[in-house]
Design a protein around this ligand. Structure first.
Ligand code: 5GP
Length: 208
């Protein structure tokens, strides 16, 4: 089984930067690519950050049951294609970058998924980051801050929380979470099976 890790938190909190740092450090990790109806930003490439598709195509895919979860916010559709998780390789870390509602939908579908909530150091810091990013209008920044406050209501349902007010520290904290995932009981199937087999062999030896 692969390890599903959802990195979530409000827009502008720095999830993307943290995940990029993580992907550089963890060899067997892959970030899923969602579908969206949003217009690509300057540096974004179709098929890399998102699959950029039209609204009618998105709705068609909803009807066809292509998504594990999908959301409509900021006048945009976002959805996680089922294929992104179903094609996961054994032992692979599959990372999803989703809004908090999407994260909970993943947990519902895959209870073994680990949910990590990224919090900003302060609301002012979040506003500053959204302004520096420069991809949203003033109104869009306001909408994202309003939503960030609503998103906080979901934090209690998550497994881990990381405060991103110091990027270096937040990267280290996120890596610690990944270290912990190695010790999840779900990842011990192989050793448990080996111990059982060994015990069986010992018993057989005693009988003969
Ligand atoms: P942005 O437009 O800034 O790329 O993303 C806005 C928000 O949508 C972010 O919080 C991002 O994590 C979230 N998001 C991206 N893809 C998906 C998805 O497939 N499902 C859900 N629920 N949220 C997504």
């Amino acid at each position: 089984m692969s390890n599903l890790v959802v990195v979530s938190g409000s827009s502008g909190v720095g999830k993307g930067t943290l995940i990029r740092a993580l992907l550089e450090r963890i060899a067997n990790a892959r970030l899923t690519v969602s579908d969206t109806t949003r217009v690509p930003r300057d540096e974004e490439v179709d098929g890399r950050e998102y699959n950029f598709i039209g609204v009618s195509e998105f709705k068609k895919r909803i009807d066809e049951g292509c998504y594990i979860e999908w959301e409509h916010f900021f006048d945009t559709y976002y959805g996680t294609p089922k294929s992104e998780i179903e094609n996961a390789k054994l032992g692979e870390f599959v990372i999803l970058e989703l809004d908090p509602k999407g994260a909970l939908a993943i947990k519902h579908a895959y209870p073994q998924a680990a949910l990590v909530f990224i919090l900003p150091g302060s609301i002012n810091q979040l506003i500053e980051r959204l302004h520096i990013r420069g991809t949203e209008s003033r109104q869009q920044v306001n909408d994202r801050v309003t939503r960030a406050l609503e998103d906080l209501n979901f934090a209690g349902f998550f497994d881990y929380a990381i405060v991103n007010d110091d990027l270096g520290k937040a990267i280290e904290d996120l890596l610690s979470v990944f270290d912990l995932l190695h010790f999840r009981i779900a990842n011990c199937g192989e050793i448990i099976a080996r111990l059982r087999k060994e015990a069986g062999d010992i018993r057989d030896d005693c009988v003969h």
